[in-house]
Write a protein that binds this ligand. Sequence first.
Ligand code: TYD
Ligand code: MG
Length: 468
Amino acid sequence: MIFMAKIQTRYVCQNCGRVAARAMGRCPQCGAWNSMVEEIIAPPSTPAKSPSASSSPGGFTSQPRRLDEIEGDHEARLPVPIGEFARVLGGGVVPGSITLVGGDPGIGKSTLMLQVALEMAQERRVLYISGEESERQVKMRAVRLLNGRPVPENLFLLTETNLDSMLEHVRSLAPSVLVVDSIQTVYLPALESSAGSVSQVRECASRLRDLAKSAGISIFVIGHVTKEGIIAGPRVLEHIVDTVLYLEGDRYQSYRLLRSVKNRFGATSEVGVFEMLERGMSEVLNPSEAFLAERLVNVPGSAIAVTMEGTRPLLVEIQGLTSPSPLTLPRRTPNGIDGNRLLLITAVLTRRLGMRLAEQDVFVNVIGGLRITEPAADLAVAAAIASSMKDTPVRANAVLIGEVGLSGELRMPSQMSARLREAAKLGFDTAIIPRRIRKGGEAYPEGIQVLEARSLREALNLALLAGG
Ligand code: TYD
Ligand code: MG
């Protein structure tokens, strides 16, 4: 039998590789559920994709070249007038790159990318494709974001979800920057599966990547994060794109963090801080100051940590609350820190310092909607809990930096000098940190008194002046 369809597809189990002709809910080979994903069968005559290759003997298209002859020691980047956005990208937008901007629905992805489009359209042609909102909706939002400034002539808007049609418009308009909002609404008519499915998302994203590379367009693709915290299935998109940015933050608070988790052209885990205001996302130029703005001084249960987000030190308030629990298994509620980290810290406080946390519910909260992943905040978390338990405030104007080990020892985190400098800059006069074991190394900055402690017990004695 001969199929006349332009594109043939098959279903491949992403777990074991079993191939089937039709969609199946469960793989007949390995038994995995929902693992069969539609894939395009490439026609055998098509040669391997390779845009800029000249043929060479043997029929292969690649060629070894002397490294010093290859350009690329300094990338030409398109400037982005939004500094916090540029910082996360590593200095600007790389032509021909594709960037994924992910985040929960409603967090502000469309708002931020429309702002980027508006700003970049001052200098060059930008196309914003929306499959989520109508032309009128986008226009109204743009006018609000511009706040009286004129609408740039070089910004084009297309409401479309069919990828074939998009690609045609992009070719004729030839923008230098393209925003696709969102990848979940885009579909390729040749595929049977519906928009937003793993196969559509993957295939559409690879076509967009090919477009970026072949036409030298900088493409931003917006993607919603699913409930499991991953974009459309098993991280399909992250492998396809050059750069992955996540916009995060508490929907009910105004701060938003733009974090790079993958970047072929710059450092990862770089963070940009924004505040969602009535007229869009506003850059927060001094995040530490902003995060500490509502802090009450001299109340029990609050400690200041210094966390490194990429190359930037951030001061954050950590709150702890202990409260007698009616439960046989008291609650451990981490908000903004890892749950296992909290269990470890409460266990060390219980076993090494003899605190009676076994009958207490323990709550920890990181202020500002920040999520801290590094253990350098352990000491501040422990101090916030101990401070609440003993009803004694942490020494005013002190920051606490250090990782807590299972024996109750304190360990030195990286980049201590940068952390201390940031603390000093914000007017903190004391830092309680782990004792340095190795001699030499950087001198600590002036203007801040450094108190060294070998153990959590020593550190808490220094931090909670009345207790021990
Ligand atoms: P949006 O950018 O649509 O989120 P996403 O694309 O990530 O789903 O932003 C949605 C929220 O942002 C919505 O609740 C309204 C709010 N918002 C502001 O607070 N200020 C603004 O200027 C704009 C445009 C939106
Ligand atoms: Mg949106």
